[in-house]
Design a protein around this ligand. Sequence first.
Ligand code: ZN
Ligand code: ZN
Length: 76
Amino acid sequence: MAKKRPYEHRKVQKEVKDIEMYQCIVCNMVDAKAHGHHLIPYREGGAANLQNMVTMCPDCHRRYHAGTLNIDIERF
Ligand SMILES: [Zn+2]
Ligand SMILES: [Zn+2]
């Protein structure tokens, strides 16, 4: 059962997508339905802030979590 995410969380998720113009950091595709991905998972104490979030298109995001995307994400 999924825990409800706090408001702050959703706000930052939208912010990061606005800033990165909904462009996937992996394939550079712009997708209006882009996802916000956490570099450090929320359940592992990852902060809901712009440093911990990146924009991914749904496709790359799914592949990343399926483990079929071989990339090393470094935001800075
Ligand atoms: Zn992508
Ligand atoms: Zn993710």
